[in-house]
Design a protein around this ligand. Structure first.
Ligand code: ACO
Length: 168
């Protein structure tokens, strides 16, 4: 297994992984937007197939939040540069091997060290035990809010946040 930065050539593999593992899917151009705008922030886990081809078995897709709301209110905390984990998934037969934690750590480090993020945010389904364990217990994210009916099917989301100023 190899973990490396995601490139434009990985997008179809990432999209395939996303379609297999999550109900929240994105068009090709949304992956392209992430990789073109923040080329160090997204990662893939790959394996070699028996025919010698590299296959994406996991990814983390991350970005910096736009600061378009730099607004009127000087106390508005949204002014602080921060990142967002848009999506992460690992193919079922490659889970519980530590891949998601490694992918997340690579993305978080890049957001902090390369893009200057002071903190990172994400949303996760209230029922997603595996992802909650990963964020809360393995990576020490904190829940900031329970967002009612965040997802298209009506499920609530936890909004989570991790301070990156002390990230190792
Ligand atoms: N139940 C409880 N704990 C779990 C589970 C589970 N099913 N799966 C993993 N964990 C724990 C691991 O034990 C580990 O904890 P530890 O550090 O205490 O040992 C920790 O979570 C990280 O485990 P990894 O092996 O790194 O995680 P994995 O590679 O299996 O991937 C993931 C976790 C990404 C959540 C995977 O289950 C998956 O792809 N799920 C479907 C897609 C998904 O839900 N993505 C997240 C959506 S939210 C978002 O994208 C922002």
């Amino acid at each position: 297994m190899n973990i490396r930065k995601a490139t434009v050539d990985d997008i179809l593999g990432m999209q395939n992984c996303n379609l297999h593992n999550l109900p929240e899917n994105y068009p090709f151009k949304y992956y392209l937007y992430h990789i073109a705008s923040w080329p160090q922030a997204s990662y893939v886990a790959t394996t070699m197939t028996s025919s010698g081809e590299e296959r994406v078995v996991g990814y983390s897709l991350s970005k910096m939040e736009d600061d378009g709301n730099r607004a009127a209110n000087p106390n508005d905390k949204s002014d602080i540069p921060h990142g967002h984990v848009t999506s992460i998934s690992v193919m079922r037969s490659y889970r519980r091997l530590g891949l998601a934690e490694k992918l997340m750590r690579q993305s978080l480090r890049a957001l902090a060290e390369i893009y200057g993020a002071k903190y990172v945010s994400l949303h996760v389904r209230e029922s997603n035990v595996a992802a909650l364990h990963l964020y809360r217990d393995s990576l020490q994210f904190e829940v900031t809010e329970l967002v009612n009916s965040y997802y298209a099917d009506g499920e609530n989301a936890y909004a989570m946040k991790k301070d990156l100023s002390v990230f190792i």
